[in-house]
Design a binder for this molecule. Structure first.
Ligand SMILES: Nc1ncnc2c1ncn2[C@@H]1O[C@H](COP(=O)(O)OP(=O)(O)O)[C@@H](O)[C@H]1O
Ligand SMILES: [Mg+2]
Length: 286
């Protein structure tokens, strides 16, 4: 009798060189570790060593390294004899989002510095749409409006503020609901302050900012899922680490009669997806 057992997973690493953050996932046997560093320029051999070292890992500790994001063409094909597998970012986003949400197919949106919406299935992934509005917009406008570039500070402020100090609701503009959208839905982001000056606290301004960025992403993700006839919407990326942003995603989903999944450790999705894609490529050649 032949007993077929899955080969033990060999130690491997994956690095996602994002515009804001570099995420590293290392798998050794059954356990997976993830850590994050701020991105510091385009990837090169020294940065690969540095980001692995930050988690106590060297290239020699793993069998291969998957890389995605950034300008991967700048990297050598091997470091310390360990092959670097370059993984297409769209594929990595899709694969990682499905793995974290434990789904077979979904519209996976990466809410990172910018936003990319990817239709993902077990067979692969393709880019559907996206927007330049993302976490970088939150931070950039945070500098202009709140005098901070700390996303966690913006998040904390937003949780104590009221967005309608700046925004106009549908009820105020139209007198009632429109379609399936309830009267308290935002009709015009920053529309009240467009009409006249307002007395707004930093908390209120942060709430309006988070509200706008989160709404744009959630509406695009929901519409992309509908266009692709995909029932599940998953949002990953470090922007979804912020509780105020997740709350906005939840409200938009409710208004549109759907659900948005924001799996834990969503910031690790693209690196994890690169690891899983490279593993599949090595196993099956596809
Ligand atoms: N602790 C944090 N450090 C940096 N960015 C964070 C943090 N928490 C949330 N963010 C948000 O995450 C965004 C970056 O998301 P990320 O998924 O890392 O994108 P990218 O892959 O483009 O670097 C930032 O623009 C910021 O708004
Ligand atoms: Mg990233």
């Amino acid at each position: 009798m032949t007993v077929v057992t899955a080969a033990p997973l060999r130690p491997a690493a994956a690095i996602d060189f994002g515009a804001s953050n570099t995420d590293i996932v290392v798998r050794d046997g059954g356990s997976t570790r993830h850590w994050t560093l701020p991105t510091d320029g385009q990837p090169d051999e020294a940065r690969v060593r540095h980001v692995l070292h930050a988690g106590g890992v060297s290239a020699r500790d793993v069998e291969w390294i998957a890389v995605t994001g950034g300008n991967r063409a700048l990297l050598p094909s091997a470091i310390d004899g360990r092959v670097l597998h370059r993984v297409d970012e769209v594929r990595a986003i899709g694969r990682g989002g499905l793995a974290l949400a434990q789904l077979e197919s979904a519209l996976v949106t990466s809410a990172g510095s910018g936003t990319a919406c990817v239709a993902a299935t077990g067979e692969g992934a393709h880019h559907v749409t996206g927007t330049g509005v993302g976490g970088g917009t939150l931070v950039g406008l945070g500098r202009l409006l709140l005098d901070t570039v700390d996303p966690r500070e913006i998040d904390a402020l937003a949780q104590c503020g009221t967005d309608t100090t700046h925004n106009l609701t549908i009820a105020e503009v139209l007198g009632g609901a429109i379609g399936s959208l309830p009267p308290e839905t935002t009709a015009v982001n920053f529309g009240r302050v467009a009409r006249h000056p307002v007395e707004a606290s930093r908390e209120d301004t942060a709430a309006a900012l988070v509200n706008m960025v989160g709404q744009v992403i959630a509406v695009i993700a929901i519409n992309a899922a509908r266009a692709q006839q995909m029932p599940h919407v998953v949002i990953v990326g470090h922007l979804s680490d912020l509780a105020s942003i997740r709350r906005t995603f939840g409200l938009v989903a409710k208004f549109y009669g759907t659900t948005i999944l924001t799996p834990d450790a969503g910031g690790s999705a693209t690196a994890l997806g690169a690891l899983l894609s490279a593993e599949q490529l090595l196993r099956t050649g596809a």
